[in-house]
Design a protein around this ligand. Structure first.
Ligand code: ZN
Length: 259
């Protein structure tokens, strides 16, 4: 049994490397104007436009064997390429362990959610943009999660509307500093995926993590106090924790503070 679990987890991690490599294409093409469709056209070096061969595109391995430089023009390849691949592989392994071997449909759902969250995380981190395609995907996952439970869906949707309106109000009041319309759309579909009261936990975790990182960057003098960092990556982290551990955390909280 232990052997089977190891094969299962390693297999899912290798699959994650391939998906991570595809996410790199999406992160670049969905956020760069004039890019070809992510599903068509060969990958090319963004510096010299040279079309890449399959052996230039082996996840992690190509980056290491090329010493982090393009084979054709020797421009440095962004560290984000192997990072996204590695993060996706490790996340997929963790999701495989968490979901177990008996529930293939749930595994598929969890892996798709993880991939979309990684896409949003790095899009917002690198480009300061949350692609609408990713938001729509998350919304569809949220709707699928509530099939057959209209009451739950109504609650998830209405809490999403409330938080999205609050975000929109904050954007108007602060004149768009710190938050963007991408965050408004994100919080709406986060609510669909997480439902009530899990969305509350995700937002709380996101704001606390974002606050700690901002403060650390200011203290390290990497950022000035009035500079802002993207909120999306922290909302994504909050969503992941709340999705996989929300019910555990919330019930532990109510055991600590019985009412
Ligand atoms: Zn090149």
């Amino acid at each position: 049994m232990a052997d089977l679990v190891i094969i299962w987890v390693v297999g899912t991690a290798l699959f994650g490397l391939i998906i991570g490599s595809f996410l790199n294409v999406l992160i670049y093409r969905l956020n760069t104007e004039g890019s070809p469709s992510p599903f068509f056209g060969r990958s090319f070096c963004p510096h010299c436009q040279h079309v890449l061969n399959w052996f230039d595109l082996v996840p992690i391995f190509s980056f290491i064997s090329l010493n982090g430089r393009c084979r054709y023009c020797r421009s440095p390849i962004g560290l984000r390429y192997p990072t996204v691949e590695l993060v996706t592989a490790l996340s997929f392994a963790a999701v495989a362990l968490y979901t177990g071997i008996q529930a293939p449909l749930l595994l598929a759902e969890n892996l798709i959610l993880t991939a979309v969250l990684i896409l949003i995380f790095f899009s917002d981190w690198i480009f300061g943009l949350i692609p609408d395609e990713a938001v729509i995907m998350l919304g569809l996952l949220g709707l699928a999660a509530h099939i057959g439970n209209g009451e739950e869906l109504a609650l998830a949707f209405s809490s999403g509307l409330v938080f999205a309106s609050l975000f929109a109000l904050l954007i108007v009041l602060t004149r768009g500093r710190g938050m963007g319309w991408g965050d408004v759309k994100l919080v709406l579909v986060m609510s669909l995926v997480l439902g009530w009261p899990n969305i509350l936990l995700a937002l709380w975790l996101g704001f606390v993590a974002g606050g700690i990182v901002s403060l650390t960057l200011v203290l390290l003098q990497r950022k000035k106090f009035n500079e802002t960092i993207a909120l999306g990556p922290f909302l994504v982290l909050g969503t992941a924790v709340a999705y996989f551990y929300g019910p555990t955390i919330i019930s532990a909280f109510f055991r600590l503070y019985p009412h």
